[in-house]
Write a protein that binds this ligand. Sequence first.
Ligand code: NAD
Ligand code: DAU
Length: 351
Amino acid sequence: MKTLLITGGAGFIGSNFVHHWVKQHPEDRIINLDALTYAGNLENLNGIEPSENYRFVHGNICDADLVNTLFEDEKIDHVVHFAAESHVDRSITAPETFIKTNVHGTFPLLEAARKYWANDTRRRFLHVSTDEVYGSLEAGDPAFTETTAYAPNSPYSASKASSDHLVRAYFHTYDLPVITTNCSNNYGPYQFPEKLIPLVFIHALEGKPLPVYGDGKQIRDWLHVSDHCRGIDAVLQQGQPGETYNIGGCNEWANIDIVHQICTRLDGLHAGEKPKAELITYVTDRPGHDRRYAIDAGKIMHELGWKPEYTFETGIEQTLHWYLDNQGWWERVRDGEYRKFIEQQYKSLAG
Ligand code: NAD
Ligand code: DAU
């Protein structure tokens, strides 16, 4: 049995990873450390909580005393570090928390691992990062590989790049067994409805404008979140310390085409109504908007045998049905009810 410290396990990818790990490795113990910011939602973990092998800790990764106590009391074997401020638009309007959480917050985790693991090479510190650290591609440029130079363009991606560098330095300086993954855009269940796919889907359902930034021709490489979780699992179990692994779907789409896809699928479900594409509204572009991301996932595929199970076709279908079937979830997120749920469910967390 191993004990994993998962940070940010109440967020979109973190909660999907908790579900994945409990299912695939039921013998292991999970300590989920999450500050429950606006993006953290304990409803994402329904069904997990009663498990004896699971403990939720409401706390901040910047709190070094708390992090040290967890390492000491729980005898942490591995860290999977998801906790971050993750939304590019928020990083443009309010960058400070991105520096605090993404940069300063990674430091106590690395320090605790260095102190408590005392050069034990069986341990792993898996740092979950993003393709955005590589900057922006032009049409026709080759996809990002693990050796592409960093060129972050937003406060979000710069803060993630900073933490990636810190993680790398702990390997080279202290031999800490770290591994970094750089993944492309995720979509799937439990994604906070401020991100493109859930936002467009919910707006389209409700007949609201579908905001498309700039000319809508920016390109992202989309991966279903459960394939990302499987990739992290493969890296945690088989990856080499000190290495980085790109994870992506070989699945590039222009934003406007994604929006049309969602509209067409919804039209199919609600035949007879006005076409949803009539709701598309071009709005002012995101400042410094990266034009194109694309991931070369050859390394994780060839070295660790990972490949996506979802095609975009099956993944988007599954996701849209999840949002249709879980209307209560996103309505509570949108109107803030989910925070009341947390307060009622976990009275000690209130405030
Ligand atoms: P998210 O915003 O949905 O969730 C972040 C979680 O971290 C939330 O539960 C939040 O409460 C928690 N958190 C935030 N600040 C914290 C702090 N100071 N202490 C403890 N917990 C804190 O994010 P996500 O989309 O699930 O992304 C998870 C990770 O994956 C991030 O590191 C992100 O950079 C990376 N990533 C995301 C994507 C994507 O498409 N969403 C793609 C590649 C990489
Ligand atoms: O590439 C990985 C990154 O993907 C992760 O590191 C980030 O945490 C994650 O949020 C995501 O970042 P993006 O900025 O690419 O995701 P977002 O869903 O915010 O936007 C996707 C694209 O859609 C982007 O080009 C901006 C555009 N967009 C977004 C919104 C919310 C719109 O055109 N309209 C919108 O309303």
